[in-house]
Ligand binder design. Structure first.
Ligand code: FES
Length: 581
């Protein structure tokens, strides 16, 4: 499309810059203090670049350079770029958990986009929560939108071998506790663990959400996997800049991309890649903003039976660098389509083509990394949705991270009232626990540990680690890092703090986990359940609360509803707010 096509579209930004009255004067005049000449305001699509750059979000610290390349593409295509910052919630530094501020960031994004003169927006995302936060905020406005991810780090290295972000931390920490390595060796691993710009290089939540953005059709093909330091990442940023200008001219809004069909594709892709359980929460929240009805049962209906074919840590062996060299996400989608396992091949993507048109000829360079469908890492990799009297509104388990023998399990509960209780009690050498026990932790859900911390993969009791036990069934209302592993039941809803039955589990209770049947049950009678519920004391999360934390506790929805705020669900549109001058 040519610049002449600009004349055919009614630009939203003209509501700011298109008049010669007092208001047009003011909007243009203040922008001109940046050295912007008149012709830049004349009928050009104004493209916002929503940047989560921050030196406190190390995974996104290279985003200024990324933004420069997006700008080059926008200028080449005849648009005018305007870069703006939004709250950057990095996973590694931000306490108590970056999830606490996902909704806050999404509000920042929504209001920044709607209230400013822009016709479309490029979302620069990377670290775990930045991807859903920006997609949620953008979905509530619904302009033409394209996602550019920062890309994963290069492979970590330790003693000449590859190590994976996050996953290595859990492994090395258990090795220290089990006496297998020294504290010196543990600390020496830090430098090689994170040795380049970019996000975690395992199939953790950041990589998962990058794959979700690509399979949802919101980014150009290959966006998910190109390493952060690979020049092709910057070519993709440039091409995304060109494409977003075309999307304005085509009026290709986000709601035309974020359809139920694309969510179904993403759910199936999550199974194929062995993706993070956090995707269940984030996809629900994004769907809620754009007005797509997505339920936990969709994960069973669409996801179950899909083999995990991407052999990446924490479920498998390789890292994101090898994933890109093997063909990246287009290779996975091609495998799925060739096997009739892509639910909606005709779903539209941001480049104007269907997902199958983008991927049907994608080369696959390495069968070890992107495995053939008949040689999967796991036969059924779909997120396991559990229900029962212990989780009336659902819970999740990631089969590819679990021990197959423990996915059908009956054991007695060892109960921790909250994370602090867990930390003190798990070290007790006299704790009555064996490998068959079920570790149960309460009060770590959205309200109980505001933000729903990633503490669900409780470390095992040191005495069992020393005895060589590698995995146990663990149950909580918490989340788990996408880089973690184990037979871990998460997101139990309703959470204990909201009155869920998890709160009445006692030491010694028998619990049955049946992943095949999708059930999680506490073996007590309904009468006993009612009697315990009648006398239970529910409180509120301990400790002083900030104003935002108080707002969070009062308005956060449960895990099965995506942990969005009740008042933020929905698409509020891109109508131009009125003038104030
Ligand atoms: Fe940012 Fe893992 S800590 S992606």
């Amino acid at each position: 499309m040519s610049e002449n096509d600009n004349k055919k579209v009614k630009l939203r930004s003209a509501e700011w810059f298109g008049s010669n009255d007092k208001n047009g004067f003011m909007y243009r005049s203040w922008m001109k203090n940046q050295g912007i000449p008149d012709h830049e305001f004349q009928g050009k699509p104004i493209i916002g670049i929503c940047n989560t750059w921050s030196e406190l979000t190390p995974c996104n610290a290279h985003f200024r350079k990324l933004a420069e390349h997006v700008k080059r593409g926008i200028l080449e295509a005849g648009g005018f770029p305007v870069e703006f910052p939004v709250f950057s919630n990095g996973e590694s530094n931000l306490r108590p958990t970056a999830m606490l501020t996902r909704n806050l960031a999404s509000m920042d994004v929504e209001e920044s986009i709607r209230g400013n003169p822009m016709d479309a927006v490029v979302l620069l995302v990377g670290c775990d929560k930045t991807t859903p936060a920006l997609l949620m905020g953008a979905a509530s406005v619904d302009l033409p939108t394209i996602v550019v991810t920062g890309g994963p780090m290069l492979n970590g290295k330790l003693n000449g071998k590859n190590i994976g972000s996050g996953t290595a931390v859990w492994q090395l920490h258990e090795q220290v506790k089990g006496g297998e390595i020294s504290m010196h060796e543990f600390l020496a691993a830090e430098a090689g663990h994170s040795r380049s710009a970019g996000t975690c290089n395992t199939m953790g939540t950041a990589s998962t959400m990058a794959c979700m953005a690509e399979s949802l059709g919101t980014s150009l093909p290959h966006n998910a996997a190109i390493p952060a330091v690979d020049a092709r990442r910057y070519v993709l940023a440039h091409m995304s800049g060109i494409r977003i200008v075309e999307m304005v001219r085509e009026d290709l809004k986000l709601s035309k991309i974020l359809t139920k069909e694309n969510f179904e594709n993403a759910i199936r892709v999550n199974a194929a890649i062995g993706g993070s359980t956090n995707a269940v929460i984030h996809l629900k929240a994004i769907a809620g903003r754009i007005g797509v009805d997505l339920e936990l049962e969709d994960w069973t209906r669409v996801g179950r039976g899909m083999p995990t074919i991407v052999d990446l840590l924490p479920s498998g062996r390789f890292l994101m660098e090898e994933f890109y060299y093997a063909g990246g996400l287009p290779a996975v989608i091609r495998r799925m389509g060739d096997g009739n396992l892509l639910p909606n091949p005709n779903a539209l993507t941001v480049n104007g083509k269907t997902i199958w048109e983008n991927c049907q000829d994608a080369p696959i360079y390495d069968d070890e990394v992107v495995r053939p469908l008949d040689k999967p890492l796991l036969k059924d990799g779909g997120i396991c949705i559990l229900r029962g009297n212990l989780a009336p509104r659902g819970a999740v388990l990631k089969p590819s991270a679990a021990t197959p023998a423990l996915m059908q399990h009956r054991g007695q509960a060892v109960v921790f009232e909250d994370f602090e209780h867990y930390k003190s009690r798990i070290m007790d050498p006299n704790l009555e626990v064996d490998a068959n026990s079920v570790l149960v932790m309460k009060n770590c859900g959205p309200k109980g540990y505001p933000g729903m911390a990633e503490v669900g993969n409780m470390g095992l009791p040191p005495k069992l680690l020393a005895a060589g036990v590698k995995d146990m069934v663990r149950i909580s209302d918490a989340r788990m890092s996408g880089t973690a592993y184990g037979t871990v039941v998460l997101h139990v809803a309703p959470e204990a703090m909201a009155g869920g039955p998890l709160g009445i589990v006692q030491d010694g209770d028998w619990i049955t986990l049946d992943c095949a049947g999708g059930e999680l049950n506490l073996e007590i009678t309904d009468e006993e359940m009612a009697a315990r519920q009648a006398v239970r004391v529910t409180g509120s999360a301990p400790g002083p609360k900030t104003g935002y934390q108080q707002l969070y506790i009062e308005h956060v929805l449960q895990a099965d509803e995506g942990c969005d705020f009740d008042f933020l669900v929905g698409n509020r549109g891109s109508a131009v707010p009125r003038h104030s001058h």
